[in-house]
Design a protein around this ligand. Structure first.
Ligand code: ADP
Ligand code: ZN
Length: 610
């Protein structure tokens, strides 16, 4: 057979599996190509944001290639979730980790040896144990290796796990077996680390956009935070959400308040008992509680697809963290929101922490990251553009789904102050950061100013009419808009860009947004799925049916069906098997197992409505 011929067959087969097993009609961008590559035996490197749909990129090849796919995953909880999800689809999957009893472990090995598994999830230290490797080598046909959370192999990343290092031997031990590395967080250095460490051989690389279009970003000035939080909860009644706080104390305090006010909330932080944390997490996954209040200790390994909102009660330390935490909302692709309560006082507290770091290089990096975070919060332009810009993804267009786009801030003529600021940057020789430039503008009487003789500059003291905060805010906006650059490698020194010239020469004017006090919310309908409106009352009823089935089978509700599937049911009103199969996420096995209960509920609802 020619190669093209097999590729065509691969495509047909992959689409068939997508539809029959997973119940989806179409591939998302990149999925099909990387699946074909893997099926044909080529390595793959997959960088996609959370919720992008990485899993089926190796799960479908696992079902098509002969043998069992070995999936390396760092967290037991995550493995179990994925396996539960696959079992519900009728896929032969299991996991193998230290949290199992001996008997459970023996059972899994028996299944493995008898060729009764399509996917086996293993912890890295288990996989690389000598016995297990020998077994794999001699008695099993690995279909492929999938290394999930692959950034854990890099010492540069923030999640380095020493046990990942040994995975580098896989290539030598199994030269013929394709390896897929998957991650949602990797800047350039980590990316090349992953490829080198795993010795990927000319991998098919998928690098998708980091945009999460279904997440709406809002930033409001933190005024009465608890009240601001409750306003959101009112809108999101009954839906799942995470509230991130900076301190453990605050986490517990908010959880207690929420419970007092009639919400079902649990607290989660690293200071709690292992058992307490597990219960908290489980009850959140199972929709037994609506809200989890947490420190950043919560989230790694949480795969809950129907988190509808993430609130940052306090300012995160950096954009990386903010992006990752907000990214836990809306993994199912339905609309979700991220609310940040911002105050410059919080920024000052964080700055205080950073100042205490003794390693000066690290301090500089952390400070720069914090500045970027504040700049995001204070930005007068589309949040998504700032966010994606930070990750090196330039966007020309405004997103239309953030507070700035939907409720543009009031604008004022900032030409004069902007000119003052830019010329001051020029006068100090483009050699200083924001703090010093502001000092000079405001005519500060500081030692540094005197020593440098900057009190003799023509721009010294020309900006006394504005406060420090106002000047910093303006300078950050000028950076955002590209009039100034910050040299990260040199103490965040400010430099003029080409774009600044016409403004400085008086050939251009500049309008800027005023700092924002409060964000208005439009009453836009959110009950839409793939452009169709769905019935929210029926949706709630279907959620109840789902919860009953989930509790009966002791699995999280989303294992039965995701919110997206329920919403689609509430839009399409399927009352027979064929119509039900057309709903995204309904494959053959799930149709047989659960379809009937939902068809019945829909029929009942239609009868009652007419
Ligand atoms: P990731 O691992 O990248 O965070 P997942 O693999 O968990 O993301 O996928 C996120 C969600 O998108 C899941 O609910 C998954 O079933 C769904 N999904 C993946 N691929 C498709 C597709 N082609 N069509 C519809 N939904 C999909
Ligand atoms: Zn926007």
């Amino acid at each position: 057979m020619t190669r093209n011929h097999t590729t065509v067959q691969c495509r047909v087969k992959a689409l068939e599996v997508l539809r029959q097993v997973f119940g989806y009609q179409h591939f998302r961008p990149h999925q099909e190509e990387v699946i074909i590559s893997l099926v044909e035996g080529r390595d793959a490197f997959i960088l996609m944001p959370t919720g992008g749909g990485k899993s089926i990129c190796f799960q479908i090849p696992a079902l098509i290639r002969p043998g069992v796919a070995i999936v390396v995953s760092p967290l037991i909880a995550l493995m179990q979730d994925q396996v539960d999800g696959l079992l519900a689809l009728g896929v032969r999957a299991a996991c193998f980790h230290s949290g199992q009893t001996q008997e459970e472990g023996r059972n899994v090995l028996a299944q493995l040896l008898q060729g009764r598994l399509d996917l086996l999830y293993v912890a890295p230290e288990r996989l690389m144990g000598n016995d297990f490797l020998e077994l794999l080598h001699k008695k099993v046909t690995p279909a492929l290796f999938a290394v999930d959370e692959a950034h854990c192999i890099s010492q540069w990343g923030h999640d380095f796990r020493p046990e990942y290092i040994r995975l580098g031997q896989l290539r030598r031990l199994f030269p013929q077996v394709p390896i897929a590395a998957l991650t949602a967080t990797a800047e350039k250095q980590t990316r090349s680390d992953i490829i080198t460490s795993l010795q990927l051989n000319d991998p098919h690389q998928v690098i998708s956009s980091f945009d999460r279009p279904n997440i709406r970003y809002d930033v409001v000035d933190k005024a009465k935070p608890y009240k601001q939080l409750c306003e959101l909860l009112l809108r999101r009644s009954g839906q799942s959400g995470i509230i991130y706080c900076l301190s453990r104390k605050r986490v517990e305090e908010i959880a207690a308040k929420l419970n007092r006010d009639g919400y079902r909330a649990v607290a989660y932080h690293a200071g709690l008992d292992h058992e307490v944390r597990r219960t908290a997490q489980d009850s959140f996954l199972r929709d037994d509680v609506q809200i989890i209040t947490a420190t950043v200790a919560f989230g790694m390994g949480i795969d809950k697809p129907n988190v509808r909102f993430v609130v940052h009660y306090d300012l995160p330390k950096n954009i990386e963290g903010y992006y990752q935490e907000t990214g836990r909302a809306g993994r199912d692709g339905l609309s979700a929101e991220a609310l940040l309560l911002y105050s410059s006082a919080d920024a000052a507290i964080l700055r205080g922490f950073v100042e205490k770091i003794s390693d000066s290089e690290q301090k500089r990096i952390e400070l720069h990251k914090l500045n970027a975070m504040t700049a995001f919060a204070e930005a007068g332009i589309c949040r998504r553009r700032v966010l994606l810009g930070y990750f090196g993804e330039a966007r020309e267009e405004n997103c239309g789904n953030c507070d700035i786009c939907l409720n543009p801030p009031e604008r004022y003529d900032a030409t004069e102050p902007a000119r003052k600021a830019l010329s001051c940057v020029f006068r100090v020789g483009q050699n200083f950061g924001i703090g010093h430039v502001v000092d000079v503008l405001r005519g500060a009487d500081s030692e540094k100013v005197k020593v440098l003789q900057h009190d003799r500059l023509s721009t010294y003291g020309i900006g006394r009419e504005m406060s420090r905060e106002q000047w910093s805010h303006l300078l950050r906006q000028l950076i955002q808009l590209g009039y100034l650059e910050q040299d990260v490698t040199r103490y965040s020194v400010l430099k003029l860009t080409e774009q600044a010239r016409p403004l400085l020469r008086g050939e251009e004017t500049l309008q800027l947004g005023k700092p924002r006090i409060r964000v208005e919310r439009s009453k836009k309908k959110e009950n839409r799925i793939r452009g169709q409106e769905y019935d929210p009352v029926l949706f709630e009823e279907l959620r109840k049916v789902r919860k009953q089935i989930a509790d009966r089978d002791a699995v999280p509700p989303y294992v039965v069906f995701g919110d997206a599937s329920l919403a689609e049911m509430a839009a399409l009103l399927p009352t027979n098997d064929r119509a039900m199969m057309a709903v995204g996420g309904v494959g053959q096995v799930k149709l047989k197992r659960y379809g009937h209960a939902f068809i019945e509920a829909i029929n009942g609802y239609i009868c009652r409505s007419c």
